[in-house]
Write a protein of this length. Structure first.
Length: 293
């Protein structure tokens, strides 16, 4: 049985850890509110922009011929992996990394074997994971969350689109956690480039519209903007999901610390009772020895 000092030290250590996890839970809850508001405001805008693109593009030859829609034989692939900068958020980062690894193995095995799968990391944890596995990782946008804004994500989107147009990549996949609620995050995998057929509204019935400026100019403007918004939405989803995951993880850690404290206090009381009993027995034995003399 451990001595009283060891148990007291463990109680003090667990109690200190519990205070830290409580504080981290409160910080995550405060950040979650703002992140949740941001993504709830972004979703309707992204949906409406996509709907507008479908309506304008329906049946338009200029939309079909847009370079961002051109599908070509896939030799080089870019994975945009959206994770967090820090841990202590449960399986949040590992779920994204595992989904990316699974997609690479299932869909891009030949490209992987040829060394033609690159990673663009938004969030440090994804970059660290793939760098350890000898993938070529672009770390340029890992500090996105420290200054999260559309202008920062737009730079990443511009770089991705330029690389696709130049032929450096034939396909671009985005993997991120979608925010559902505080306790639930859903891993999403979306093809960013080339733009899938269903996103240009082939089946949409085109109405009688008057275009100003021309239809060609509108589509030329809308498609790059929709791609930037799509990436920005993925980052905002991941940001909200991260704080929800961390809040849940810290809540569970606080509860576990409380349960551990309860067991340690029981152990301490038992050890203390055993020590007192031993002392009483020693006193009684000494008294009896003196009486016998």
């Amino acid at each position: 049985m451990p001595n009283l000092k060891e148990v007291r030290n463990r109680i003090a250590s667990v109690n200190s850890t519990q205070q830290i996890t409580k504080a981290m839970k409160m910080v995550a809850a405060a950040k979650l509110r703002k992140a949740q508001d941001n993504i709830l405001q972004m979703r309707p805008y992204a949906q409406k922009l996509n709907q507008m693109l479908q309506t304008v593009s329906a049946g338009a030859e200029v939309a079909k011929e847009n370079p961002f829609r051109v599908a070509r034989p896939v030799e080089k692939v870019l994975f945009v992996v959206v994770t967090s900068d820090r841990g202590l958020c449960g399986a949040f980062n590992m779920n994204v990394n595992k989904a990316a690894m699974a997609l690479i193995s299932e869909k891009y095995a030949s490209q992987k074997a040829a060394g033609n799968v690159d990673i663009l990391s938004i969030g440090r944890k994804g970059g660290e994971f793939f760098a350890r596995r000898q993938y070529k990782v672009n770390h340029k946008f890992e500090d996105t969350y420290t200054r999260l804004s559309f202008s920062v994500v737009r730079q990443a989107a511009d770089e991705i689109m330029a690389a696709f147009l130049e032929g450096r990549y034939d396909a671009v996949e985005v993997i991120f956690n979608e925010f559902k609620n505080v306790a639930t995050q859903i891993v999403r995998t979306e093809q960013l480039l080339p733009i899938p057929e269903e996103e240009t509204g082939e089946a949409t019935v085109k109405g009688d519209y008057i275009f100003e400026p021309s239809e060609e100019e509108i589509i030329k403007e809308l498609i790059p903007k929709s791609l930037k918004i799509k990436l920005y939405r993925a980052v905002l989803e991941s940001n909200a999901a991260e704080h929800g995951a961390r809040m849940t993880a810290m809540d569970k850690a606080t509860d576990n610390a409380g349960e551990l404290l309860k067991n340690l206090r029981i152990e301490y009381n038992r050890s203390r009772q055993a020590a007192i009993t031993t002392e009483i027995l020693e006193i009684v034995a000494g008294a009896e020895a003196l009486a016998a003399e």
